[in-house]
Design a protein around this ligand. Sequence first.
Ligand SMILES: [Zn+2]
Length: 123
Amino acid sequence: MPFCQRENETIKHLFWDCNVIQPFIHEFTTWVVDKCNSIEHLDLNCSSFMFGTTKYGLMFNKILMKTKQYIYKCKMRERIPYLNALKFEIRHLFEIEKSIALKQSKLEKLNSLWEPLMYLCVP
Ligand SMILES: [Zn+2]
């Protein structure tokens, strides 16, 4: 059953068009702009949200992947997505990457990759 319980659930509807998802994406966008000094405007559309964008760095696409994974998880559990839960998932993703980087002595590389988005990854 789609979040909104109205439209047919196409992939495009689930991840973009749905009137439950649009406010969630808007909240996500506001959070990113608020936390990242390097991003003044986050210009997401259906295509860049679905397929990624080169505008905001590699790690931003990873965050978009995490966001879509989270939306899908909510759909499977029949729960409405919440930004706070997504924030937790993004921090968890970063912590996993950090522990891998530590073991491989690649912490500097990790920090430089994540640097523009660092404030999305810490509480
Ligand atoms: Zn819907």
